[in-house]
Design a binder for this molecule. Structure first.
Ligand code: SF4
Length: 105
């Protein structure tokens, strides 16, 4: 599924408005790479960077849904990002844009 073009330029701004979190703070340090659940196709860092670049993969990935068990506690971030809040905002936006949890295939 191709993402709606109109959501792309505003993805980072949407997260900022919804959460107060500026995903541009993610420096790709990979410190969160080990926090991983089965089915995740992006690390949390990759997800933050995708959101920062307004990359449509920030909404179309499986990580948004497969990471659910990891969202019950804070995810340590070297840049101080509240990763859980960002993921929740991306989940809501993905659902609003028509994406559904976990692709079939
Ligand atoms: S720990 Fe934080 S800054 Fe580092 S890659 Fe993960 S989300 Fe980005």
């Amino acid at each position: 599924m191709n993402p709606p073009a109109e959501c792309l330029p505003s993805l980072r701004a949407h997260v900022l408005a919804a959460t107060g979190q500026d995903v541009r703070l993610c420096n790709g340090c990979q410190s969160c790479d080990d926090i991983f659940a089965p089915g995740m196709d992006m690390t949390f860092g990759e997800l933050m960077l995708a959101a920062a670049r307004d990359d449509p993969r920030a909404l179309s990935n499986d990580t948004l849904w497969a990471c659910e068990p990891l969202l019950r506690q804070p995810i340590p971030c070297q840049a101080g990002l509240d990763v859980v809040r960002v993921v929740r905002a991306l989940q809501r936006l993905a659902l609003r844009e028509g994406y559904r949890p976990l692709r079939e295939s």
